[in-house]
Design a protein around this ligand. Structure first.
Ligand code: PLP
Ligand code: COI
Length: 354
């Protein structure tokens, strides 16, 4: 399929790197293609960034049949553009698609389309540490129909956003709030898919957490409300003595690509790394015993985000001394050195855009 390109007639300037927050600055172009049962995915095009015209009856608005991905492009010191594990994102997107009755995409084709789009938008890639070009591939159900079923038509699009840190705290430790009353996802449901409804379901607890000064929610399992799952936009790791623990994938947690990367690095460094059930009580007990050394989240948007405080009902623990812990920083530096092309890519995680 040939990609039709319509250049934008604009000359906008990227804000200064130091002014970039997360997800507010969009680039000049976007990639779009459509799906219908007869034609499959068709009409791929790169167009000026614009508002869509869709029916108010489009199924995505009513029943939330939508999936997305999040990955980043980086500029290396010698001005090359690289992507971090991009194929893993599209493989996860196809798993999300299967789970949400959305047609599969051709990974090689969308990889090429994404690269072509990024090449065109090169000026929007910031270069300072902590900044990147955030890539948001998305699929929405577009049938104008009010009955409940899987849509017959879809739109796939990729938009790009020049970003800085996800949290206002930057690399400073964030405070997280354990939700007792609300759950995000249940085993057998759609928690392991990157689908819009999971984020909608998380809002009520996030708003409560925010009101109390917490950056994100730490979710517990929906059945026993005991075992730790993940944070709003990150997977979570606990350094207990010399064991690095992260919850095992149970079906209700997003299988994070940064999570896999942290696990690989930990193995390479000879750390004891466990993917296992870990209860909130175990975390508080480890703290009481002086064994909870560090806590950090992992995610594309947040990279590695040290956690400095956890609140659970009327109990609260402080982790570390208010500065990022040594192990959290070791992971942050190792990952960002690979992502920004400053260290050898021993794991084959980087894909360059020619
Ligand atoms: N968990 C949730 C709910 C997320 O939204 C994200 C972000 O994508 C992650 C975990 C981390 O996943 P990844 O490392 O692939 O970005
Ligand atoms: C990401 O880390 O890419 C995410 O998608 C998190 C979030 C902004 C939903």
């Amino acid at each position: 399929m040939e990609i039709k390109v319509t250049p934008a007639q604009t000359n906008r300037i990227r804000p200064k790197d130091s002014d970039l927050g997360f997800g507010q600055v969009f680039t000049d172009h976007m990639f779009v293609m459509d799906y219908s049962e007869g034609d499959g995915w068709h009409d791929p095009r790169i167009e000026p960034y614009h508002d869509f015209s869709v029916s108010p009856a489009a199924m995505v608005f009513h029943y939330g049949q939508a999936i997305f991905e999040g990955l980043k492009a980086y500029k290396t010191p010698d001005n090359n553009i690289c992507l971090f594990r991009p194929r893993d994102n599209f493989e996860r997107m196809n798993r999300s698609a299967a789970g949400m009755c959305i047609p599969q995409i051709d990974i090689d084709f969308v990889m090429d389309a994404m690269k072509q789009l990024i090449r065109l938008e090169e000026k929007w890639i910031p270069q300072t540490l902590g900044t990147a070009l955030y890539i948001r591939p998305t699929i929405i159900a577009s049938d104008p129909f009010l009955g409940v079923r899987a849509s017959f038509t879809y739109k796939f699009f990729i938009i790009l956003s020049s970003v800085g840190a996800y949290y206002a705290e930057g690399l400073n430790p964030v405070k997280i709030w354990v939700s007792k009353d609300h759950v995000r996802a249940v085993r057998g449901g759609v928690g392991e898919f990157k689908t819009a409804g999971n984020y909608a379901a998380s809002l009520i607890a996030s708003e409560k957490a925010k009101k109390q000064g917490y950056a994100q929610v730490l979710w517990l399992d929906a059945l026993e409300r005991k075992y730790i799952e993940e944070v709003g936009a990150m997977n979570i790791f606990f350094l207990i003595g010399d064991e690095l623990v992260t919850p095992n994938l149970t079906g209700s947690i997003l299988p994070g690509i940064t999570r896999y990367s942290v696990i690989s690095l930990a193995k390479r460094w000879g750390m004891t790394i466990s993917e296992r059930q870990i209860s909130i009580d175990e975390v508080f007990k480890a703290h009481e015993d002086g064994k909870l050394l560090e806590v950090f989240g992992s995610g594309t948007a947040a990279v590695i985000s040290p956690v400095g405080e956890i609140r659970y009902g009327d109990k609260m623990i402080l982790i570390g001394d208010g500065t990022p812990g040594e192990i959290s920083m070791k992971f942050y530096n190792a990952l960002t050195d690979i992502q920004y092309g400053k260290a050898e890519d021993t794991e084959n995680w980087i894909e360059f855009i020619e």
